[in-house]
Write a protein that binds this ligand. Structure first.
Ligand code: GDP
Length: 194
């Protein structure tokens, strides 16, 4: 588990992010997928990441330091329907640069809503990460909103789509910010990489 987490800095330019002197794990997903809630659940801090009243509004790379050991990075979400084209372009440029050039990045956790059929935008993003050779994990969120059986079916459908093009599937977790499901597994996994 994690003992302590605090905010460090927000940036639009990955060159201005903290010195890459500690390993870093990033979290990303479709806007409203439950990313802020998950980060708060993992760190046991209620308002560490801002839950989005206005989805898609902030386009910042947010760094948090955990246990003086690693950086947790909250990346801006994608797929917010109402955002402008120029916002979307700015998002891609910022995120691609960050993901491709951040030297201390260990892994990207892509959050997927466990209630939904595989979404094209998620598959495309995950495929892009795979092709770029960026290590990733999947976290299926909001599992409390349905039976665990339904979440498992959702994961199975996602696996099936991925298997069409992936030889080795990424690590997968199920989570709930409400119940804390997945917290131990994700924390142990991160500790295992550190
Ligand atoms: P973000 O835009 O990805 O950061 O998503 P938020 O964390 O702001 O969550 C979006 C909405 O989903 C909010 O209304 C949250 O309360 C809700 N939510 C997030 N995670 C969970 C969860 O695990 N269970 C339930 N029931 N609701 C959740």
């Amino acid at each position: 588990m994690f003992e302590n987490a605090s905010f460090v800095i927000s940036n639009t330019d990955h060159n201005l992010c903290p010195k890459p002197d500690k390993p870093e794990f990033a979290f990303i997903g479709r806007s409203n997928v439950g990313k802020s809630s998950l980060i708060n659940m993992l760190t046991q801090k209620k308002n560490l990441a801002k839950t989005s009243g206005r989805p898609g509004k902030t386009q910042l790379i947010n760094h948090f330091i955990v246990d003086d050991q690693w950086y947790l990075v909250d990346l801006p979400g994608y797929g917010y329907a109402k955002t402008s084209k120029s916002n979307r372009v700015a998002w891609s440029i910022m995120i691609e640069k960050y993901l491709l050039e951040r030297e201390n990045l260990q892994m990207v956790f892509v959050l997927i809503d466990s209630r939904l059929e595989p979404q094209k935008i998620d598959i495309e993003f995950v495929t892009w990460l795979g092709e770029a050779g960026i290590p990733l994990g999947l976290i299926f969120t909001k599992a409390d909103k349905q039976s665990i059986n339904k979440s498992q079916q959702s994961i199975a459908r996602f696996r099936k789509v991925m298997k069409e093009t992936w030889e080795e599937l990424p690590v997968m977790f199920v989570s709930s910010a409400e119940s804390g499901l997945g917290r131990t597994e994700i924390a142990e996994y991160i500790h295992g990489v550190l």
